[in-house]
Ligand binder design. Structure first.
Ligand code: FMN
Length: 374
């Protein structure tokens, strides 16, 4: 049956049949995998990332284009809705930090079926990040290696964009420290980012787990981490309306380090944990050792990370109890992987590498799986 006209919704000209056809044939992930991905993967990964951003920005500026994207990729269903740390999510699938670091594409990405988007990692001052090339594909492993090094335009530039955003999608602000800031002064950087971003994001993520900023992961040690989390939580508590503060952790921690982190999460009343960031491990890769060696250091994401991050989630859930908010991320490459993360204990999930490999229909595919499963 034809749907009624609405200027916010392009569905006025789809009949059910047309829409199903477009749904299932033209835009689904199989077509992306067969036609679009092979072309995109011919080019340098970082250049293609910027090209895709420019294309989506241009496409999104065409009248009704965003409505078209929304009607193609949005799945609304009560089974998908979640309430966590005081926020109501339309669905549990988020876009992980690092994809839209500078909040350039929030309105467009919001139309692609995500329940939330995390911007950043943001630092007080803009910084260029590491030398290029710094992003590599490992197609045999459905993986990426990156050593971007917190390239971002700085928190103030991003605020300008967040002020102008139209979408009401939940936005998280992932914050870090500048490379030149010594660890002893790291708290000042997180403080600055928190204060600046506070009016414009819905939740915060303290990132101490990127492998690409020298010394950053030392902040995951017990004393510095406790001080940092206490500080950021205190900042939030001082506001009229406090906002949730989460911690993002690495997948490469020992159980005793994880136990310390669990103690800190609970004692500082941190609102949730994001597990995990990329791994420095290179175990069990199908890509040749020579190629992996040539790529060099950086964080590995995608399929090879999946098991490791699920193990961390299982451990966290077993120790933190059933009500503690956990966001699961790492190697979700299929709807089945998403279900596995949720079964391991994740309340919400995030994707990055899976979005690159599976394309714009990925969040929708996961949503459909979650709606259809018992
Ligand atoms: C190119 C790239 C850049 C990233 N940048 C950030 C970042 O700035 N901050 C952060 O917390 N995580 C960052 N991440 C990590 C992702 O948010 C995510 O935790 C990780 O990639 C594992 O998920 P995935 O296997 O679905 O990609 C980045 C990942 C990639 C691939």
């Amino acid at each position: 049956m034809a749907r009624p006209y609405s200027c916010h919704n392009l569905q006025f000209f789809w009949s059910g049949k047309t829409r199903t056809l477009i749904d299932n044939v033209t835009f689904d992930t199989t077509m992306y995998r067969l036609l679009i991905r092979p072309v995109l993967f011919l080019f340098d990964p970082e250049k293609i990332h910027h090209f895709t951003f420019s294309f989506l920005k241009f496409f999104g500026s065409i009248p009704l284009a965003k409505s078209l994207l929304r009607s193609l990729y949005y799945v609304g269903h009560p089974k998908l809705e979640r309430e966590l740390f005081g926020l109501k999510f339309k669905n549990p699938i988020g876009l992980a930090a690092g994809f839209d670091k500078d909040a350039k594409l929030i309105d467009e990405l919001a139309c692609m079926g995500f329940g939330f988007i995390e911007v950043g990692t943001l630092t007080p001052k803009p910084q260029a990040g590491n030398e290029k090339p710094r992003l590599f594909r490992l197609p045999e492993d459905q993986a990426l290696i990156n050593r971007m090094g917190f390239n971002n335009e700085g928190v103030l530039a991003v605020i300008d964009r967040l002020k102008k955003r139209k979408s009401k999608i939940i936005v998280g602000g992932n914050i870090g420290k500048n490379k030149i800031t010594p660890n002893e002064k790291a708290v000042d950087d997180y403080n600055y980012c928190f204060e600046a971003l506070y009016p414009y994001v819905d939740y915060f993520v303290v990132n101490v787990s990127s492998p690409n900023t020298p010394g950053l992961r030392e902040l995951q040690e017990k004393e510095p981490l406790k001080n940092l989390m206490l500080h950021v939580k205190r900042l939030s508590a001082q506001k009229d309306k406090s906002k949730p503060v989460l911690l993002k952790i690495a997948p490469d921690l020992t159980s005793s380090q994880l136990d310390d982190i669990i103690e800190i999460l609970l004692s500082t009343k941190t609102d949730g944990v994001i597990a995990t960031n990329t791994t420095i491990s290179r175990e069990d890769l199908g890509t040749s050792t020579e190629t992996v060696f040539k790529i060099g250091h950086g964080g590995l994401s995608g399929k090879p990370l999946s098991e490791k991050s699920t193990e961390v989630i299982l451990y966290l859930r077993s120790k933190l109890g059933k009500n503690y908010p956990i966001i699961g991320v790492g190697g979700i490459m299929s709807p089945e992987d998403a279900v596995e993360k949720i079964k391991a204990g994740a309340d919400l999930i995030q994707v990055y590498t899976g979005f690159i490999y599976e394309g714009p229909g990925f969040a929708k595919k996961i949503c459909k799986k979650l709606v259809n499963q018992h």
